[in-house]
Design a protein around this ligand. Structure first.
Ligand code: ADP
Ligand code: MG
Length: 701
């Protein structure tokens, strides 16, 4: 069957018709035969296995039971009635129950004839009951060939209610395979199929719907997963190559005086190997003649600022200006101060532009930017919102703690004739698989090494019942002159209860740590800003030793003398939040500690989060576990879900297939950038189809 025929609307398929077609479109987004054949089962059940009634268990998946109906009754209930059939085999008795279509079903049921009942069971009192079973006479059942692996398709309540059961979908799929003779257009080249030992498209589609055995199914899945990931990678990498070819950038050939003299005379420490590597990557990128579009990832404290500064110095050496944009005014000021200090004694002019920069100062800044006498501009959003005109902006750095939108990034370089090079710095570790799929069109540099001398924060998990020993530990650390954070969760939904926990906790700490020997601060969202600031200052000045707070992240201060972080109800925090909270300590020279307090009741996921925190300080490792626990959609928000809305592949579980798909996509585009080679015809056609109609990735959910 040609591709064109697969575009046939679903209603022309045998057994579908206009009203079912409408339902399939609304509920599952299935419009054409192509949509249907690409609608994959989410699992398979063994229909050769039968259960005896005394083998049934609560919460098991669907089961098959052979038995006879011995008795049928209609039970009146608040609205309408339900039909209950007593179903028995030689080991016991259960009930089949219907809430809908009672009259019609009652007439169709036969008493004392063997049936196969198929469905989910649940226990009511001592009796198992199977609501809305699929029933088939054993005689009929034996006639139809049952495969060991029967597909189970995703469904919705509306579909089931309107009679489009799993069995109906299977029948449709059978008709489709009969009408198309089961032949489908190949989408990969025979070279790739051979090299990776993948089964053909037709074979894969047949076995994904009607697998003969586990091995055939695995082969089908591998092929379809590879294909799905391969075409996404092809799109991402192609986009990157086109960008590189089309978007010309300034060529920074010179490594001049500014860079060299700073590097040899002013660098306050030796760069880590990771920093050196990244500086080289950036330098190379800015020499190619294409615009740099690079993401720099590194955990908090890994030293991204100095790398950014070195990149700016290269821009300056080549006669260009540079800018650095931060998400908040505080951070912009912090960057400004740090960079002014680092560049002291060098003939470089630096400006700061934020929302609160006075009109008069703004005018001076504008003039300096336009005539080129101001070399580096640091600021907030004001930088792109303001009517700033650079003489020649060569490099724009974005410190992306809180993610600027892509639109804003574009705006930043649209001002110029040639776009400046772009470097985005982010402190959120993005797992490799996710980076490959979501940011596959960007170049990525990673600082995966902390500057030397940092002590690992020691992390422990303690149960609430060990509180006394935790108090004792706090006292020992305070006696050494350290300070302690105690953080409580404050989740929107349970705010009242959380607030009570916080106050109870505060009171017990005050009791345990009495004045005048100890002073305890408390900061939470219900306090007036002035009161918060007052308490914070007391803690900063070391007038108090303990800071009880909801989320210290809100507070956002850097207090190097605080070296103990106690997180209450730690099981209620997400992994990235725990990692961020822990990052509040470990900023000074002293050994720091993080103690995760929980009750005994822990879910499997919570236990995994705690174990991860205890076993590692590595933000990337933590992000990987987070990805596994929460799934990619949750981690990235809905923004990028287009790329992550996968039909069959899973970027976590299929990481190795993803890696392979990316490698093959890169190889292919290297040898045949426009997919013009006759041997890649199938790939080219599919690629075109996908690019034309991105909706092909839209999921069914
Ligand atoms: P982040 O990546 O979180 O932005 P920063 O750039 O603020 O990290 O660096 C954190 C601290 O580490 C700063 O005080 C900085 O001076 C210091 N630092 C950066 N690189 C090194 C290094 N190679 N050796 C020692 N200290 C370093
Ligand atoms: Mg930083």
């Amino acid at each position: 069957m040609s591709t064109r025929n697969l575009h046939t609307p679903i209603e022309y398929l045998k057994g579908v018709g206009p009203s079912r077609a409408d339902l399939l479109r609304k509920e599952l987004g299935i419009r054409t035969l192509a949509d249907l054949v690409n609608f994959f089962p989410n699992r398979y059940i063994d229909r050769t296995r039968f259960f005896k009634i005394n083998q049934l268990q609560q919460n098991s998946a669907e089961v098959q039971v052979i038995g006879r109906i011995t008795h049928i009754k209609t039970v009146k209930q608040k609205r309408g009635s339900r039909l209950v059939a007593t179903f028995t085999d030689e080991t016991g008795t259960m009930e089949l129950v219907w809430f809908r279509g009672v009259k019609w079903i009652k007439d169709a049921l036969k008493v004392n004839v063997p049936y196969v009942a198929f469905g989910k069971v649940s226990l009511f009192g001592h009796t198992f009951n199977m609501p809305h079973p699929e029933l088939e006479l054993v005689a009929e059942y034996k006639k139809s060939l049952q495969s060991a692996m029967q597909p189970v398709y995703p469904s919705t309540e509306n579909l089931t209610n309107k009679g489009v059961t799993n069995r109906a979908v299977v029948k449709m799929m059978q008709s489709l395979f009969i009408e198309t003779k089961g032949t489908f257009q190949e989408t990969l080249s025979s070279e790739l199929l051979d090299k990776l030992q993948l089964v053909s498209k037709s074979k894969a589609l047949f076995h994904i719907h009607f697998p003969e055995n586990q091995q055939a199914l695995t082969k089908a899945q591998q092929r379809l997963k590879f294909e799905e990931l391969f075409f996404i990678q092809l799109q991402l990498i192609r986009k990157k190559l086109i960008h590189k070819a089309r978007i010309k950038g300034f060529v920074f050939e010179t490594i001049g005086n500014g860079f060299n003299s700073f590097y040899t005379n002013h660098l306050p420490f030796e760069l880590t190997n990771a920093q050196k590597r990244v500086v080289k990557e950036i330098r190379k990128d800015m020499m190619t003649g294409a615009q740099m579009n690079r993401l720099l990832q590194g955990d908090v404290g890994s030293g991204k600022t100095i790398v950014g500064l070195l990149a700016m110095l290269i821009a300056l050496d080549n006669g260009f200006q540079a800018s650095l944009m931060a998400p908040t005014e505080i951070l912009a000021k912090q960057h400004y101060n740090a960079i002014c200090e680092l560049l002291e004694g060098l003939d470089i002019q630096i400006g700061l532009l934020t929302g609160s920069t006075k009109v008069k100062e703004r005018k001076v800044l504008h003039e300096g930017l336009e005539d080129g006498s101001l070399h580096i501009l640091i600021g907030t959003h004001a930088l792109i919102e303001d009517k700033v005109q650079f003489k020649n902006l060569g490099l724009a750095i974005i410190d992306e703690q809180h993610r600027f939108g892509v639109a804003q990034r574009a705006k930043l370089w649209m001002k110029n004739t040639l776009p400046p090079h772009i470097l985005v710095m982010t402190a959120t570790p993005i797992p490799r698989t996710l980076a490959m799929s979501v940011y596959g069109d960007l170049d990525i540099s990673v600082i995966d090494e902390l500057p030397p001398g940092r002590k690992e924060i020691k992390t422990a998990h303690r149960y609430d019942s060990n509180r006394l020993s935790v108090f004792k530990f706090m006292k020992e650390e305070i006696a050494k002159g350290r300070q302690v954070y105690v953080v409580y969760p404050l989740i929107q939904e349970s705010q009242k209860l959380d607030f009570k926990d916080l106050m109870d906790g505060y009171e017990s700490i005050v009791r345990e740590f009495p004045t005048p020997k100890y002073q305890v601060s408390i900061v939470h969202g219900k306090m007036k800003p002035a009161d918060k600031e007052f308490e914070l200052n007391r803690f900063l000045k070391q007038e108090t030793q303990i800071m009880v707070a909801t989320t210290v992240i809100e507070v956002g201060v850097n207090i190097p003398n605080a070296s103990v972080m106690i997180i209450e109800s730690a099981e209620r925090f997400g992994l990235s939040q725990l990692h961020q909270l822990r990052g509040r300590v470990g900023r000074g020279a002293e050994q720091s500690f993080c103690i995760l307090m929980t009750s005994f009741k822990l879910t499997h996921d919570a236990k995994k989060r705690l174990d991860t925190m205890v076993s590692t300080n590595d933000g990337f490792e933590i992000a990987e576990v987070d990805l596994k626990l929460r799934g990619p959609g949750d981690l990235m928000g809905t923004q990028q879900s287009g790329v992550l809305n996968l039909r069959i592949a899973d970027i976590v579980k299929d990481a190795s297939i993803l890696k392979r798909a990316r490698e093959e996509a890169i190889l292919l585009l290297k040898s045949d950038p426009n997919l013009a080679d006759e041997r890649n015809k199938h790939i080219q056609l599919t690629y075109q189809e996908i690019s034309k109609n991105r909706a092909i990735w839209a999921n069914i959910s």
